[in-house]
Design a protein around this ligand. Sequence first.
Ligand SMILES: [Zn+2]
Length: 185
Amino acid sequence: MRPVSYLFLSFVCWLGLAAAAWSEEAQTEPAPLKAERFDCENAFDLIAMMVVARCSLYQAPPGASDALHAAATRLRELGVASDDELRDSHMAFCPLAAGTGMVPAPGQLYLDDGLVSMSRDGLAEILAHELVHIRQFQRLGRREFKCEYVRDMLACGGCQDRGHALEAEAYQQQDEVRERLLQAR
Ligand SMILES: [Zn+2]
């Protein structure tokens, strides 16, 4: 994900702060599930589920799937993505409200539909970035990835750039892949 609008970030930050407060309460006072049990995972899901709902209704333009396939093949040829992870990841274009890509759930990756006509290598480097988030989901586990993502975002004042620890890892991979693609030309 990349920088999003101020209003959107303010909303997410508010959710995160509320989540943090409620999470603290949750640690000391186990109680039945109620609206106020809303926590860090819910904060992530509130945004992610809106994306999934919108994307599930979206019909990609002709050529979108070929473009994705070509970018994925490029990453596989470069040795930065495995057959298994490419096969196991659901990848699609979708009009994202902000940013160039998003991984709303394990193995589920969306790229903004504005990128459909991008060059193969340009798309490949963004795909490489999002594949890092797929791996982070696997490494940390579903809940911990979501909570860490929200916590890191709060820690950097709502950022989704290199100041966000999980994003920094993805941007580093994106940079490395861009360099390798340039060298391979
Ligand atoms: Zn990212």
